[in-house]
Design a protein around this ligand. Structure first.
Ligand SMILES: [Zn+2]
Length: 180
């Protein structure tokens, strides 16, 4: 497999049309990830020229831009992300809950009152921290699902992806200081 240099900080990605779920997970982990369900191979390659790492299961695509595209096996999205985590040391750079999962923008804190229309009444009663995507206006919060999401993030960042023991131990995820 081609070796990718990971010395220059946080990797940015561009996923091919078949990897919607991988793109979503990468955004959840805080990585700038371009994804559109109609992106052409040419556009994907063009975006790798601007510093993004192409992600695909298509070997032929890789041969068009060797060294800038990583080829994943066709397997579950979580396993695919774990492989990326191993190749690019994602645990070191992860900043979970910072990006809008649907459009990749960094989310911004919003006053509780402004979040109101999108938040279930039950949650609104007890939770005070809310963030909003500046593009799609979706509101994010850390409610009762936060623990489950945190576990998922540890799983995704597990370097080996094979040993359940190691996975359970997890990698260090930076505290996100109350971010969504
Ligand atoms: Zn958004």
């Amino acid at each position: 497999m081609t070796r990718f240099c990971t010395r220059w900080g946080k990797p940015r990605f561009v996923c091919d049309v078949h990897l919607a779920k991988v793109a979503k997970y990468l955004r959840l982990l805080g990585f700038d990830t371009f994804y559109r369900n109609d992106i052409s191979d040419d556009e994907l390659i063009a975006r790798t020229r601007c510093g993004r790492i192409g992600v695909t299961c298509d070997r032929r695509l890789q041969s068009r831009a060797p060294g800038r595209i990583v080829v994943l096996r066709c397997e579950g999205a979580e396993e695919q992300v774990r492989r990326l985590a191993a190749i690019f040391s994602l645990a070191r750079h992860a900043r979970p809950f910072r990006r809008s999962l649907c459009c990749n923008r960094l989310v911004e804190p919003v006053p509780k009152a402004a979040a109101w229309p999108q938040v279930p009444t039950e949650t609104y009663r007890w939770l005070s921290g809310y963030w909003r995507c500046p593009k799609c206006k979706k509101v994010y919060w850390k409610g009762t699902h936060a623990k489950r999401m945190h576990r998922k993030i540890l799983e995704l960042l597990s370097v080996s992806g094979k040993s359940d023991e190691k996975r359970a131990g997890g990698k260090c995820v930076e505290s996100n200081g109350g971010d969504p």
